[in-house]
Every structure is written in C-alpha cells, then in structure tokens.
Ligand binder design. Structure first.
Ligand SMILES: C[S@@+](CC[C@H](N)C(=O)[O-])C[C@H]1O[C@@H](n2cnc3c(N)ncnc32)[C@H](O)[C@@H]1O
Length: 444
C-alpha cells in the first residue's frame, strides 16, 4: 500500500470515528513495513489536511460541480489530499498530485475518478483566482478561512484577544510543535543524557524554561531509542513541566494527583521528590492507570500508587491528608491544537459551560484533600478564560479558606508577571497553550 493510501485511510478514520490524529496515525502505521521517509510523508499529509481543512473545503466549494455535502467522505478526503499537495508541498509536482489522487479514487470509488481529475485540473488552471474576504473589511471571515479555524472560535478569540493577537495565535496553531523531553534526573544528569542522545545521532538542545528540559530534532520512533527504553527521559512539553515545578513537591510529601493519566506530571513530581514520599495518582479511566504504571516502572519510580476514582466524588478518607494536590483538569484542549488539529473542529461554542462546571466540581473536591497550610495547583492545556481563571474565581468565592499565592519564585524570570496565574500561548512562548494557578489553604 502506498503512503497516500495510508494517509487517506487515516483521514477517513479521523472523520468517521472522531479519532485523534496522533492516535489514528499510530494505530494505522504500527508494525507496518513503512520506511522513515514514507512515515514522515504520511504524517505530513494527515496533519497538513487537518490543519488546513476549512481552506481546502473552501477551494472544493469553488471548483467542484457537486456540492460539498453531496461528496462522500472518502472522495472528499482524496480531494483534500490532492489540493493540499498542490497548494502547500513544493516537493510534489502538481501533475503527480493529480495523478496520485485519481489513482486513489480508482481504488476507492471507480466512478469518482473522473470527478476528482476534473476538479483538481480545474483548480490547477484557475488557482490564482481564489478570492478570500479582505482582512481589513472582514477580519473574522478572513482569519477563519485563511487559517482554517471555525468562525465561532475566531469570534471568541477576537473578542477576548483582539485581531492581531488572534491572527498570530491561529498561525502558530498550524505550525509543528517542537519535541521536548524531560530528563529523568533519578537516573541521569541532563549533560549525560545530551551526550547519550548525541551518540544515538539525535540532535539535541536545551529547553527554553525548565532546567531538565531538552529539545530533540528527531521526531520519529523516539520510543525505540535505547535511552528512552532505559528510562532516561520522558516526552513532555515544557508547559506541563512547569506545573510540577509550581506545585513544588518535596521529598516525603503526601501528594494527590486527581486527574493523573497518562502520568506525565505524576512522574515528574516523583522525580522532584527524589522518589521519596507518597503520590496517589487517580483517574476516572481504569485502562489509563496502566499508562502511569508503565511509565513509572520505566523511569524507576516506586512511590506512585494508582487508583481509579471519579474526581466528581469526594473521598472522605483523604480529607485534610495531602501536603499538595494537583488538579490537571480535563479541558477543551484549545492550547494543543498544534498537536491535535481535530480539536478545533470537534468543539463547539456551547461546550464551555459544561466543561467548566466539571472542572469546578473536581477542583472543589480536590481542595478538601489539602491539609491546612498545604497547596493546591490547578492547570489546564487550554487558553479559554472560563476554564481557567474563571474556574479559580468561582472556586475562591465558594472556598474562602483558599487564597492564590505568588508563583513567581517558582518559574523562570522571563515568565514572571504581575498576574496571579501563568497563561502560556503557543505564539508567544513557543510551548503548548497552558494555564497554571497555585493556591494555599489557610491555617496551620
Ligand atoms: C489533562 S489530562 C491529565 C494529564 C496528566 N496530568 C499528565 O500530565 O499526564 C486529564 C485527565 O483527567 C481524566 N479525567 C476526566 N474526567 C475525570 C474525572 N471525573 N475524574 C478523574 N479524572 C478524570 C482524563 O481521563 C484524563 O486522563
């Protein structure tokens, strides 16, 4: 099977089953005899189409004799793949993009081959005639089409952040994020890991914000590297690494991580605690607890106890027991669109009310576990106000025994501000969009 057919099957899977792109790519390619070049090409095609889908569909509308909603999902994705190659990939000659798309159509739906050929050739002849609304006159429509983000989302951000900020954010959301890893300082120093990675022909540089962070210029089969298997590092964005630093866990603490899977922050906390103390790592999904256990084993961590527990409930046995509690809440994920472009299509303007209610409920229950004088950190990988400081404000108004504390001493100087929280954005900080706020329970 050729690379484009794999990309097509993955795109159909994402659309028909609302699959996550990274998981769908992994599932379709796992164990297949595909070389590195083809794997890179397949990934580029899938992400490229997902990132630019609204723009590609706009072209299809303009050049197709058949209306978009009358075109089947497989044929629609063949057209998107062809258009993506013609529009964005210099390395693919346009004629090859058309011929390969027609071949795909012949495999999937023989009768559609003529239609695919006609539409793509029509576009090739007239592609300079594509008209977008003017940015000056109609910034929302322009940004929605040019950067392929749904109109409701552009409107939401435009209201919150203004035009220029929104435009830069949308641009950044269509770029490939860096691959960062966290040195497992329980097993190796950062300098030793850098040497080890270089010996494995991996280009490596220091992270931007966190001492133990490294950026790798090598994004494939990272988990097959010996240094990964030996537990010398964990893949993690630097924004997530900051959450554990802000919680500032100490050796011998009792920590509760109420939304812990797959365990990135739990294992980081264990590392900062020098693998001494106790971490109760909970998640609502039993199967996800295995991910935490496997990572802890690989990293040589023994202080994590996993438990399946719904954060919407209160566990009376843990009330006032924890030195520190982390709530890395389920969220809309609007900060990680670079990694999961389907998020921008799967969410809607009405989703925020329900999710922020869930976040508040989990946070309120988690607050009960904190000892007097102990700490509570709330974090999300989103940039929407109502899921972030909005949740904190409601929490404080209902839990007067908590107060936000200054986290500046715990974060690097470049990120310090007069805000009571840390909000990171991909276009400003070159990390995932991420929110962190730290609170202290009064008393003791
Ligand atoms: C943002 S992720 C956590 C990521 C994790 N802290 C890490 O660093 O790897 C949120 C997690 O919350 C879990 N979750 C969702 N609803 C929950 C609930 N009601 N109670 C507990 N966990 C929940 C999800 O299964 C998901 O694993």
């Amino acid at each position: 099977m050729n690379a484009r057919k794999y990309a097509l099957d993955i795109l159909i899977d994402i659309e028909e089953n609302q699959a996550f792109s990274n998981i769908a790519i992994h599932r379709h390619l796992k164990g297949k005899p595909i070389d590195g070049r083809d794997r890179r090409f397949i990934t580029e095609l899938v992400y490229g189409v997902m990132e630019n889908k609204i723009y590609l569909d706009y072209i299809i509308q303009q050049f197709s004799k058949i209306k978009g909603d009358k075109i089947s999902i497989p044929v629609m994705n063949i057209l998107r793949l062809g258009l993506y190659q013609i529009t964005y990939l210099d390395k693919v000659p346009p004629s090859a993009a058309v011929n390969e798309s027609v071949n795909l159509a012949k495999k999937i739906q023989w009768k559609a081959a003529g239609f695919v050929n006609g539409m793509l050739r029509n576009y090739l002849r007239n592609k300079n005639d594509i008209k977008l609304p003017s940015y000056e006159e109609n910034p929302r429509e322009y940004m929605s089409l040019a950067y392929s983000h749904p109109l409701w989302l552009v409107e939401k951000w435009q209201k919150e952040f203004g035009n220029d900020f929104t435009r830069q954010l949308l641009q950044a959301n269509n770029q490939t994020p860096k691959l960062t890893v966290r040195t497992n300082t329980l097993k190796i120093t950062k300098e030793e890991l850098m040497e080890e990675l270089k010996r494995q022909h991996v280009e490596v540089s220091h992270g931007l914000y966190v001492e133990e962070a490294l950026c790798l210029c090598h994004t494939e089969n990272i988990e097959e590297l010996k240094s990964f298997q030996k537990g010398y590092f964990q893949i993690q964005d630097e924004s997530s690494m900051l959450a554990a630093h802000v919680l500032d866990p100490q050796p011998n603490d009792i920590i509760i991580d109420v939304c812990a899977a797959p365990g990135g922050k739990t294992t980081h906390m264990a590392q900062l605690m020098k693998n001494k103390g106790r971490i109760i790592a909970r998640d609502i999904y039993e199967h996800k607890l295995k991910l935490i256990q496997n990572t802890a084993r690989r990293l040589g961590i023994s202080i994590i106890e996993t438990q399946c527990f719904n954060g919407k409930e209160v566990d009376e046995t843990l009330v006032d027991k924890a030195d520190r509690v982390l709530v890395d809440a389920p969220c809309s994920g609007l900060g990680i669109i670079r990694r999961k472009p389907e998020i921008k299509y799967n969410k809607g303007p009405d989703d925020f009310h329900e999710i922020s209610n869930l976040q508040l409920r989990i946070l309120e229950n988690a607050g009960k576990y904190v000892k007097k004088g102990g700490f509570l950190v709330y974090s999300t990988c989103t940039i929407s106000r109502e899921e972030n400081i909005g949740v904190i404000e409601k929490f404080i108004s209902r839990n007067r025994n908590f107060a936000i504390i200054d986290m500046n001493p715990l974060i690097p100087e470049v990120l310090r501000s007069s805000e009571k929280y840390l909000q990171l954005y991909p276009h400003l900080h070159d990390v995932d969009g991420f929110f962190i706020c730290k609170l202290r329970k009064n008393g003791a």
